[in-house]
Design a protein around this ligand. Sequence first.
Ligand code: FMN
Length: 236
Amino acid sequence: MIARARAAGYRVLVVTVDIPGPTRRRRDIQSGLSVPPRFGARAVMQILSCPRWALGMARRGVPVFENLAPYFPKGSLADAADFLGQMMVGHIGPARLSRIRAAWQGPLIVKGVLHPDEAAEALALGADGVVISNHGGRQLDAAPAAPEMLPAVRDRLGDGALVLADGGVRSGLDVARMIARGADAVLIGRPFLHAAAAHPKGPAHLAAVLRAELETTMIQLGAKRLADLRGTIWRG
Ligand SMILES: Cc1cc2nc3c(=O)[nH]c(=O)nc-3n(C[C@H](O)[C@H](O)[C@H](O)COP(=O)(O)O)c2cc1C
């Protein structure tokens, strides 16, 4: 996979270390999310309540994991889900991270770190940066949120280290909060998925809204550069 990423022209490798195995996601179970999907009365009602989305799905077909498709076993979606579970083969500890570091010459980012010691260890093993993340709150309900851990991580790593963060960023103000707590930049997951599901231009619109909100936040706080946000706000 690393060789393929290099051949495809990727410049930065992000290695996720916080998903050693599949988890039981109670909310997904309770809300009836399953692979393959079950089309009960509730799901059908929800589909009917989103006619534009439903028509788009009918026209374009159900999305597939194009990059994984060649590796999936031929068969049902359930087989594909089992296959994904089998690919999660435990923690990525120092030994495996070192092997990955040796195999990839470009910038390497370690994603899914929360504890300052773990962040320091990733850098000591040769990573160029870390993503402070609890995997969008999807893996371990007891895990702290990134903004709770950011100040201690920044203290430990110092000003020069590349520290990214994600989880729950929903506005430009949330971006500012992460940066205020010690991040250099944020990553955003679900809002872009929802925006893309709503409209092809949704992600670009979302980016413009987030940018405008971040700018007004910076103006309010008198911050000329992102770095000026450090230590300014923290309100949950
Ligand atoms: C549907 C879904 C699939 C995800 N799959 C992965 C994945 O394969 N690898 C990974 O590192 N993170 C994965 N994540 C976590 C995101 O990379 C990210 O950490 C998280 O979504 C950030 O939180 P946010 O969605 O609140 O912005 C996934 C998140 C979602 C919602």
